[in-house]
Design a protein around this ligand. Structure first.
Ligand code: SF4
Length: 375
C-alpha cells in the first residue's frame, strides 16, 4: 500500500511491487523499479544522488516526490571481544542502537556463512551477526531491561529497520571486511518489542529476505518476543524466519513481576502459542532465559523449566544477567549458570549458555538504552 496522498513515500520502506507502481506513475521504464530496489537494498544506497545509472531527470523526480529515510552513524563503541555498538540517528533526530557481533560459529544447525562476502574459507564458519532495533524505546516494561526505562517513543519504519543493516555493512567495508553484504545473520533483539511493531517488522523481513535485495537466508534471521500471543500466531503463519521467546521465569507469580506482559498472556497461553507455531523447514523455537541472581536461577527453577518444556522441540538460551545500574538485579555468576544448565540437560532439555558480548561497552542483552532523546 502506498502511503497517503500528500506525504512523500519513503523509498526504502516500499516493496518492489510498490516501487513498480511509483515508477510507472512517473512514466519511467518498468525495469527502473528493479534497478531502484537494488540500489536501496542490495547496495544500501544512502542517497538518491548516488544512483548514478538512473537518468538525471528521473532522479530529480524521485528527489521531488519521494524521500529516502537513511540513518546516520552517530557513534561507535568497540568492545575488546570485537563487538561494535552503533548509535544511529534517525532523520527526525531519535537515537537507536544496533550491535554487531562477529564470531566463529560452532553451531551445527547453522550453515557456514562463507560466500556471503566471507573469508572464502568454507571450513571457517564465520558468523557476522547484527542485533537490530525495531522501536525507539519500548513499552513492555520488563524490570531487568534498560530499554524499558525509556518508555516507547515511536515505532521504526520498515526502511529504518532494514537500514541498520545497510549502514553497518557500509561501516564494516571501511574496516576492510570485504563484500557489499558482510553481515550473515540478523537477530531482532535490540531496542523494542518486534511484534508490537508487527507490520513494519514483517515488511522489513520481506525486504531483507528479497533475492534482489540483501537476500538473507530465512534460517539466519531470528525475531524475538516477550510473549505477545496473538502476534506469535500471526507471525508463525505470515513469515518464514525463526522465533525466540523471552521466558525468564517458571511461575506466573515470578514472571509477572519481571515482565508485565505475563498479566495479559500467562506462561500457559504462551507455551500453547509456541506449541502451535509452525515447525516447517526446521523452524525450531528458542526460549531465552535471563538468569537473575536469587530470582530465577535455583535448581527448582531449572526443574520447573524442564517440566514446562516437556515434549517440546525447543532449545533454551541461558543468558547470565548483565548488571545495569539502578535496576536492582544481579549476575548469578558462572557456577550457578553452569549448574542451571546441567540441571536442564540432565532432564533432556537442550540448553546453551549465551556468551556475553560487548559487556565492557554496555552492548549486551538488556543493556541498550540511549539517554538524551530529543522530545
Ligand atoms: S526486554 Fe525487550 S520487550 Fe522487555 S522492555 Fe526490554 S526491549 Fe522491551
Amino acid at each position: 500500500m502506498l502511503p497517503v496522498a500528500g506525504t512523500r513515500p519513503d523509498l526504502r520502506s516500499l516493496s518492489l511491487d510498490e516501487l513498480a507502481l511509483l515508477v510507472s506513475g512517473m512514466g519511467a521504464e518498468p525495469y527502473r523499479a528493479r534497478q531502484l530496489f537494488r540500489w536501496l537494498h542490495q547496495r544500501g544506497a544512502s542517497s538518491i544522488e548516488e544512483m548514478t545509472d538512473l537518468p538525471r531527470a528521473f532522479r530529480q523526480r524521485l528527489a521531488d516526490e519521494t524521500r529516502l529515510a537513511t540513518l546516520s552513524i552517530d557513534a561507535v563503541q568497540q568492545s575488546s571481544d570485537g563487538t561494535r555498538k552503533y548509535r544511529l540517528r534517525t532523520e527526525d533526530g531519535k537515537f537507536i542502537e544496533a550491535v554487531y557481533m562477529p564470531e566463529e560459529s560452532d553451531d551445527t544447525e547453522e550453515e557456514p556463512a562463507a560466500g556471503r562476502g566471507g573469508s572464502g574459507d568454507e571450513h571457517l564458519r564465520l558468523r557476522r551477526t547484527l542485533c537490530v532495533s525495531t522501536q525507539v524505546g519500548c513499552a513492555m516494561g520488563c524490570g531487568f531491561c534498560m530499554t524499558a526505562t525509556m518508555g516507547l517513543l515511536r515505532n521504526l519504519s520498515a526502511g529504518e529497520i532494514a537500514d541498520q543493516v545497510y549502514r553497518v555493512n557500509a561501516d564494516l567495508r571501511t574496516l576492510g571486511i570485504p563484500g557489499e553484504r558482510a553481515l550473515t545473520n540478523l537477530v531482532y533483539m535490540g531496542m523494542g518489542e518486534p511484534l508490537h511493531n508487527y507490520a513494519n517488522v514483517k515488511r522489513s523481513l520481506e525486504l531483507l529476505l528479497h533475492e534482489e535485495g540483501a537476500h538473507f537466508s530465512q534460517r539466519h534471521i531470528t525475531v524475538s518476543t516477550s510473549g505477545l500471543v496473538p502476534a506469535i500466531d500471526r507471525f508463525g503463519e505470515e513469515t518464514s524466519v525463526k522465533l525466540a521467546v523471552s521466558l525468564n521465569a517458571t511461575t506466573d507469580e515470578q514472571r509477572e513481576k519481571l515482565m508485565p506482559v505475563d498479566k495479559k498472556w500467562n506462561i500457559a497461553a504462551l507455551l500453547q502459542a509456541v506449541r502451535r507455531f509452525p515447525s516447517r523447514q526446521g523452524r525450531r523455537v528458542t526460549f531465552e532465559y535471563v538468569l537473575l541472581r536469587g530470582v530465577n536461577d535455583s535448581a527448582e527453577d531449572a526443574a520447573r523449566l524442564a517440566k514446562l518444556l516437556e515434549g517440546m522441540q525447543v532449545k533454551v538460551n541461558l543468558i547470565p544477567y548483565n548488571e545495569n545500574p539502578g535496576l536492582g538485579f544481579g549476575d548469578p555468576g558462572a557456577e550457578r549458570v553452569q549448574a542451571f544448565r546441567k540441571e536442564l540437560t540432565s532432564r533432556g532439555v537442550t540448553a546453551m549458555i549465551r556468551k556475553n558480548r560487548g559487556r565492557d561497552i554496555a552492548a549486551a542483552c538488556g543493556q541498550l538504552a540511549v539517554a538524551g532523546q530529543p522530545a
